[in-house]
Design a protein around this ligand. Structure first.
Ligand SMILES: C[S@@+](CC[C@H](N)C(=O)[O-])C[C@H]1O[C@@H](n2cnc3c(N)ncnc32)[C@H](O)[C@@H]1O
Ligand SMILES: [Zn+2]
Length: 281
């Protein structure tokens, strides 16, 4: 039997709806995109790539997974789960959530378990890094993962109830296009003291991150929460943490050796969680 189902996706080449067929998505113009063995779909046309391997590279991906899976950031993820559980308790139909710049899917795994809801949740994740999406899809086949750029999200207008943007870049026009009116945008950004002791190995003068984030027009912050605590990662985990941050590009060999030589290093982690309503129609 040949099943054909309208999908949430738009063709990245001509922006028409993609129809889901047996392990392939097709538009009416005949563009077609296979579902990969791992279960995700690649909707990033080659000519949209600004490098041959866009987004995080393999070393960053491996480091991020090693560090996050040790659950140092779990208290922040649990706060998001609680917040979304409360927000979504009045929902009357399937809740559609998209994790933008989802990386290798750590937060999808934690949040999918942590959010309690009477409604079913249709969970999506998108990232420009194919390796990250492959890893995410293998770990969590129930999430619909796709490779695409945040600057041209391959989803229908107003499709999602909730967008998550956790330490990831985004494009505000695209956020507003795929989020339904009254939908929610949840952003996690570094708080003022985030990783201050790690930064001290890299920069002569450590500057705090700004505490306030600016939201795109049309969004109203409904809840802002700062979560800060300290962690004391092992030398190996410290190295993984370094690799997953932009400091990895800045640090020189001597500084890196210094960082890893310290027996114990207590590091501040500091997050700002912002939940905003999309008011504009
Ligand atoms: C700092 S990582 C955060 C990953 C994940 N949200 C987390 O916190 O573990 C930023 C992610 O954004 C992705 N990214 C960078 N530019 C992107 C773009 N233009 N479109 C989609 N994803 C992008 C990277 O590949 C990377 O996975
Ligand atoms: Zn097309």
């Amino acid at each position: 039997m040949n099943h054909e189902v309208i999908s949430p996706y738009l063709c990245p080449l001509c922006r028409q709806l993609l129809i889901a067929k047996e392990r392939v998505y097709q538009c009416n113009a005949g563009h077609s995109f296979d579902v990969a063995k791992a279960g995700y779909v690649n909707l990033l046309p080659v000519h949209f790539k600004n490098s041959s391997v866009p987004g995080d590279n393999k070393a960053m991906l491996v480091a991020r997974r090693a560090f996050l899976e040790a659950d140092y950031y779990a208290p922040m993820a649990q706060s998001i789960a609680l917040l979304l559980t409360n927000e979504l308790s009045h929902h009357h139909q399937t809740i559609k959530i998209l994790d933008i710049g989802c990386g290798e899917g750590y937060y999808d795994r934690v949040l999918k378990q942590g959010i309690q809801s009477d409604q079913s949740v249709e969970w999506h994740g998108v990232d420009i890094a194919k390796l990250a999406i492959t890893a995410a899809a293998k770990k969590l086949p129930s999430v619909r993962y796709c490779v695409a750029s945040n600057h041209a999200l391959p989803y229908q207008e107003a499709y999602f109830d909730v967008l998550l943007r956790i330490f990831a870049p985004s494009n505000e026009i695209e956020l507003k296009r795929v989020l339904r009116p009254q939908g929610k945008l949840l952003i996690v950004t570094p708080g003022p003291k985030h990783l201050a002791q790690l930064k001290a190995f890299v920069y002569k003068e450590v500057r705090d991150h700004a505490e306030n984030i600016s939201l795109p027009d049309g969004f109203n912050a409904r809840h802002v929460e700062r979560i800060s605590y300290q962690i004391s990662p092992s030398q190996q985990q410290r190295s993984a943490l370094l690799q997953m941050t932009p400091f990895a590009w800045k640090i020189n060999k001597a500084q890196q050796e210094e960082l890893l030589a310290v027996e114990q290093l207590i590091i501040d982690v500091d997050f700002i969680i912002t939940l905003a309503d999309y008011e504009e129609i």
